[in-house]
Design a protein around this ligand. Structure first.
Ligand SMILES: [Mg+2]
Length: 381
């Protein structure tokens, strides 16, 4: 079998899909994208495709080595995300060629269903209460929310109180048997994270995410030591070597993204590395159906898996939803906040190719908002 063609599709709301075609008719799909840099990643995918066309798609690991290391300069979100989507598509092809789901190729299922959480938005406690209640009513057993909106690196007493009140509101609605996680989104510095975390401890969040920006991983040991709250990070970590300082710092949860961190090949290795630090895996996934399908294949074959992010109904999904590009929507049906094990070959989904071709280039690229502090200076989003 040989790879004959690699295509890409930029589709609403902000996703990029790739399609790898082979000479015996098997097609694989992947989702290579950095949110806000879809066009750049698209170019990188087509550069890598020059190498892939003519190759045997079954040699996934060898292609991964060449794609990540073969141009001398390596790493970073653009290249790692381009490789990630192509890697997903190659695993999809291999699963389809052998007639099994990817998680069977990764050692077989270690669980029968995967717990997922939903995002809740809202700024005032009443909105948060309503949003959490809606997810509980939909059967979810866990939610995640931002800790705050735009905020100074060293927050005021009022701002800190508002963070704690939001968390307390969520806990009130959820009761003791469900979970909430809080995303700091890298908006605080280490000192502020240390100051806020002890106030959240008694509310028992599942974890607090990105208490500091990934470039300040060397400050994570202090942040971890500041409270008993489990610390999570990883959506802006792209490889094992980048994950190592966070793991050594004592984080509790590693959150690599299947569309950013080198795909299924690297994330399953990240999961194994995390296991050596007694750290759990919670794949980041505010993206589309192919990225979610790839995440689930890893989740079903990873012993130290905790929970799966998913973006159905997320506030970013303007113009299209996760289910718009798949033929069989039952694959992503939630029962009691869990997804059942997909039994289909490859990634376990059937991409609606006509819908994807129709949507290609139908919208302008999504970009992250640029926030400013009150004095006009740049603020972390
Ligand atoms: Mg996050």
């Amino acid at each position: 079998m040989k790879i004959t063609r690699v295509e890409t599709f930029a589709v609403p709301p902000r996703w990029l899909f790739c399609r790898i075609e082979t000479d015996d008719g098997i097609v694989g799909w992947g989702e290579p994208v950095v949110e806000g840099r879809a066009a750049t990643v698209r170019t990188a995918v087509h550069e890598l495709a020059e190498y892939l066309v003519g190759q045997d798609p079954m040699r996934i690991e060898d292609h991964w080595q060449v794609m990540t290391k073969g141009s001398f300069y390596r790493g970073g979100p653009i290249l790692s995300s381009a490789v990630a989507g192509l890697d997903q598509a190659l695993w999809d092809i291999q699963g389809r060629a052998l007639g099994v789901p990817v998680h069977v190729l990764l050692g077989g299922p270690v669980r029968e269903r995967v717990r997922a959480y939903s995002w809740v938005g809202g700024d005032d406690p009443a909105e948060i209460a309503d949003a959490v209640k809606a997810q509980v009513d939909a059967g979810f057993t866990a939610v995640k929310m931002n800790a705050c909106g735009r905020m100074d690196k060293l927050a005021t007493a009022a701002d800190i109180t508002s963070v704690v009140e939001r968390a307390a509101t969520a806990r009130d609605v959820l009761g003791p048997d469900r979970d909430f996680a809080v995303d700091f989104h890298g908006r605080f510095n280490a000192a502020n994270a240390r100051r806020v975390l002890p106030h959240l401890a008694d509310l028992h969040p599942l974890f607090v995410e990105e208490p500091v920006l990934p470039e300040y991983a060397h400050r994570l040991p202090e942040v971890v030591a500041a409270s008993t709250v489990p610390i999570a990070t990883g959506e802006r970590i792209y490889s094992r070597t980048e994950a190592l300082p966070a793991l050594q710092a004592g984080i509790a949860v590693l959150q690599p993204d299947l569309s950013h961190a080198g795909g299924i090949s690297e994330v399953r290795r990240l999961a194994s590395l995390a296991e050596t630090y007694d750290v759990l895996l919670a794949p980041h996934c505010p993206l589309g159906p192919i990225s979610l399908a790839a995440s689930l294949q890893v989740a079903f074959s990873t012993p130290n898996f905790l929970i799966q992010e998913q973006s159905i109904g997320i506030h970013y999904n303007n113009g299209a939803e996760v289910l718009d590009y798949v033929v069989d929507r039952e694959v992503f049906r939630f029962d009691e906040g869990h997804i059942r094990r997909p039994l289909g070959p490859g990634l376990g989904i059937t991409v609606d190719e006509q819908a994807v071709r129709r949507a290609d280039n139908s919208t302008s690229d999504w970009h992250s908002p640029v926030w400013r502090h009150n004095d006009g200076s740049f603020a972390e989003w």
